[in-house]
Write a protein that binds this ligand. Sequence first.
Ligand code: SAM
Length: 246
Amino acid sequence: MDIKIYDKLAKKYDLATKIVSFGIEEVWRKIFIKNIKKHIKNGSLIDLASATGEMAKGLNFDKAYLIEPSRAMNLIATEKLKNKSEKCEIEELSSSKFQVPSWRIKCGKKEIIIIQDTAENFNIDEKADLITAFMAFRNFDDIKKASRNIDKHLKNGGYLAVVEMVKSDSFLAKLILWYMNNIVPLIAGVLVGMKQEYKLLGKSIDSLSQEDIIKNFKDYEIITKKKLLFPIASMVIMRKNDTKDS
Ligand SMILES: C[S@@+](CC[C@H](N)C(=O)[O-])C[C@H]1O[C@@H](n2cnc3c(N)ncnc32)[C@H](O)[C@@H]1O
């Protein structure tokens, strides 16, 4: 995915998403977080394609790594998460730490580290209890490589939670897809001057099936698998085998 599109969109991303999805994406996020919290309430989190940091904000884990290749998105996430509490301190980490630009936000005992990298390439010397990918997979250039990297960074017994817009044959899904491909670019043109870019983003929506994601995690146990409110978004929560060699 061309990161320049997201760099350009970053400042208006939250507002544009709210408007073009009629607030539905927020509902999806709430359902997602509620389902995750049934299985795991705190610990260490890696959020992939973290954009402006909404997922880390919603989950509020003690330790969170945000992986996002767009610098503009990261700068917004940094401000947003720092502003959560007056007691937060922010520090730009030296490039020797992760070999890419990165920031640490410390709020009391909570620590958030934002790393400017892709799901395929990020490398941290820690494994997480939970990895989240909300509307993330379809942006990855190499899903197999990203999946291997996810597996490498998840503890045995840890959870991988995914929400993605996927192919669906239902009439409602087709109607939503038509809206995304034809109406959303018009609204985005007026709202953020990004008609062509939203046309490109719309095209990527129909490119994945849920199976394309799940098949990369063969020996994970599927704990929850369902369509979210509108059939075009689907959620899957998987648990990594306790005894899997890593
Ligand atoms: C639809 S947004 C994700 C929304 C976000 N997860 C949330 O909770 O609001 C897609 C994001 O994927 C990022 N992205 C693009 N290519 C990526 C890659 N290879 N690895 C990780 N993130 C990527 C983009 O920069 C963009 O911020």
